[in-house]
Design a protein around this ligand. Structure first.
Ligand SMILES: Nc1ncnc2c1ncn2[C@@H]1O[C@H](COP(=O)(O)OP(=O)(O)OP(=O)(O)O)[C@@H](O)[C@H]1O
Ligand SMILES: [Mg+2]
Length: 379
């Protein structure tokens, strides 16, 4: 198989991973010095890839890294099962050791194992609670107990952490997590997730348990010059050529959003014979809109007329001052009392985001382009 020039939508590693030098250093230091970290960024910016890279740089016998993804968890019960599984997996290297560890550390819970085809790599634990009142806390203590006994340090990485915000009685659960975790000295946490709004609600609200839990990293965009040389290099390595200028335009259209840069670069690469021209770029952009259309329709089909108008106002360059009469009138936003509601609803859907105090932006630049070219231009 020939070299794949670009990758998007899944975590990237090796050659495909570019830049992030400062962020990597900071996260490695946090792991090594036991500092809890929270990573927040818009969707598809590269959180998972960054964490995985740091995991590969820091994991050792003395420093165990447990990884879990909370995405599929619908309740605290499911969360703690996934948590116990991740911890047991990270602290034992062999199947026999897993069972032994689970038995000795989880004896009070009668753990049940579910094993997938390859027992060397994959299993999960589900726990029967004999004393339901304390069960959750006991499991949350598990990593610290094991770490102490084995004299190791541990970092627990939890992807899509914002999911806990959707659990029934979420705040009580958040309090439990925080009160147990903050007392642990051998175990630290790296919490990240792709729903920016919910992550901010959990970590930035003074009245919420996770306020000031650790080092809060806002993952920024990869710099344009990095992207341009990445794109040009990948074209060159696969026997094609793209000019600096057209590579810049790929970044400009996608506003340097990691996944979109790679996706558009790939689509332009496909169009390119040997040397990319302007035509290849515009065909690439069209395919990018095609590829994302189903998702965009789904994201916008239930929006009210006012909500759509609000998106249009932002796309047209209005980022603040929505309650001014002229803005209300030009964009048909209703009364000024309507604005707060509109903002809240669109933020909760993650369609708009506060990118600076008092500055609202569309969360997804390609959604904006799609609306303009395929929805608004038609009407
Ligand atoms: N350091 C990087 N170098 C090159 N491309 C990157 C990098 N980080 C992210 N990308 C691009 O972004 C895509 C998404 O990366 P990743 O899954 O790590 O992001 P994420 O923030 O975890 O996404 P999600 O919000 O869906 O969880 C990758 O497939 C790749 O195209
Ligand atoms: Mg991710």
């Amino acid at each position: 198989m020939s070299t794949l020039p670009f990758v998007f939508g899944v975590k990237v590693e090796g050659d495909m991973f570019t830049d992030r030098i400062d962020e990597t250093k900071r996260l490695v230091a946090n792991f090594q010095h036991g500092i809890n970290t929270i990573i927040i960024s818009p969707r598809r910016m590269g959180k998972t890839s960054l964490v995985e890279k740091v995991v590969s740089l820091t994991a050792s016998n003395e420093m165990r890294i447990a990884k879990m993804d909370a995405f599929g968890c619908r309740s605290e019960r499911e969360f703690v099962d996934a948590f116990a599984t991740a911890v047991i997996r990270a602290t034992s290297t062999k199947w026999e050791e897993w069972v032994e560890n689970a038995k000795s550390f989880l004896s009070r819970f009668s753990p049940k194992f579910t094993i997938s085809q390859d027992p060397q790599t994959s299993f999960s634990v589900s726990l029967e609670y004999t004393q339901p009142n304390h069960a959750i806390e006991d499991i949350l203590e598990l990593p610290e107990m094991i770490a102490k006994q084995k004299q190791i340090d541990m970092v627990i990485c939890i992807d899509e952490f914002q999911q806990i915000g959707e659990f029934p009685d979420s705040l009580t659960f958040q309090k439990k997590l925080r009160s147990v975790w903050q007392l642990q000295s051998h175990v630290h946490y790296c919490l990240y997730g792709s729903k920016k709004h919910m992550m901010e609600k959990i970590f930035l609200n003074r009245h919420y348990p996770f306020y000031q839990f650790g080092d809060l990293m806002y993952l920024k965009k990869i710099k344009r010059e990095e992207w341009v040389s990445f794109i040009c290099d990948r074209f060159a390595q696969t026997g094609k050529h793209i000019s600096n200028d057209l590579a810049q335009q790929i970044c400009a259209v996608t506003e340097d959003y990691s996944s979109y840069v790679q996706q558009l670069a790939w689509l332009v690469w496909l169009q390119t014979d040997k040397e990319t021209n302007a035509e290849d770029l515009s065909r690439g952009i069209n395919s990018l809109l095609d590829a994302n259309e189903a998702l965009f329709i789904q994201q916008t089909e239930n929006l009210s007329e006012y909500q759509m108008n609000f998106l249009k106002a932002i796309y047209s360059g209005i980022h603040t001052g929505f309650t001014q009469q002229s803005v209300l009138q030009v964009f048909h936003l209703g009364t000024s009392a309507n604005i707060t509601k509109l903002k809240k609803a669109l933020q909760e859907k993650d369609l708009i985001t506060l990118s600076a105090p008092n500055h609202l932006d569309l969360s997804d630049p390609i959604l904006g382009l799609w609306l303009k070219q395929r929805v608004w231009m038609k009407n």
